[in-house]
Design a protein around this ligand. Structure first.
Ligand SMILES: CC(C)(COP(=O)(O)OP(=O)(O)OC[C@H]1O[C@@H](n2cnc3c(N)ncnc32)[C@H](O)[C@@H]1OP(=O)(O)O)[C@@H](O)C(=O)NCCC(=O)NCCS
Length: 163
């Protein structure tokens, strides 16, 4: 596998990312949920994984203004050509390494219950599901969390000294 380099996201990365994001999510319309502001105002906590000249993946997130001890991962995406090669894990762990010294003790994220790959990924990354309204096929689901019909699984991870 090619060596991966992680660097902070830049506004100039947006065009390349937004043009592939629907494809990377298997054709779902995700584009509208990833505004450029993440590549402008959250550069300290948003990262690009590069492999030679390719974008291998990205993660966008932030430290909560309301809960300064919490960080939030908004999107993580890995180029299908680089999947199951630890790119997602490396991006996540980089995010944890950056937010921990900023005072974060907890990381949260949400995903759609239809995205079973994402659910499996977050569980492997040490996240736990949070209690929610209903149980769907063994999964705690918060109904209409992100609007009517937009159910979500809520994840939380306690950041240890190294995890
Ligand atoms: C989810 C995603 C980011 C995973 O990226 P990845 O680079 O392939 O994941 P990694 O290789 O780093 O895997 C990390 C761990 O998750 C597990 N994992 C990754 N994808 C998985 C899948 N589809 N099913 C089950 N487990 C999976 C790996 O086995 C690994 O666990 P291990 O280290 O204990 O063996 C990638 O599949 C993706 O971009 N999917 C589309 C976008 C998306 O759904 N993003 C998440 C919601 S924002």
């Amino acid at each position: 596998m090619e060596p991966i380099r992680i660097r902070n996201a830049e506004p100039s990365d947006y065009k390349a990312i937004i043009s592939v994001v629907n494809d990377w999510w298997g054709g779902r319309n995700m584009r509208d949920m990833l505004p450029k502001l993440f590549f402008v105002h959250f550069r300290q906590t948003s990262f690009i994984a590069e492999a030679s000249s390719h974008v291998a993946g990205f993660v966008t997130g932030f430290v909560s203004q309301t809960f300064p001890e919490e960080a939030y991962i908004h999107f993580i995406g890995v180029n299908p050509q680089f999947r199951r090669e630890n790119v997602g894990r490396t991006l996540c762990e980089h995010f944890f390494t950056v937010v921990r010294p900023l005072g974060c003790k907890v990381v949260r994220c949400v995903t759609s219950p239809v995205n079973r790959n994402s659910v499996a990924f977050w569980l492997r990354m040490g996240f736990a599901t949070e209690p929610a309204d209903v149980n769907v096929d063994g999964l705690c689901v918060a109904k209409d969390y992100d609007g009517i019909g937009e159910d979500r699984v809520l994840f939380v991870k306690q950041l240890g000294a190294k995890s």
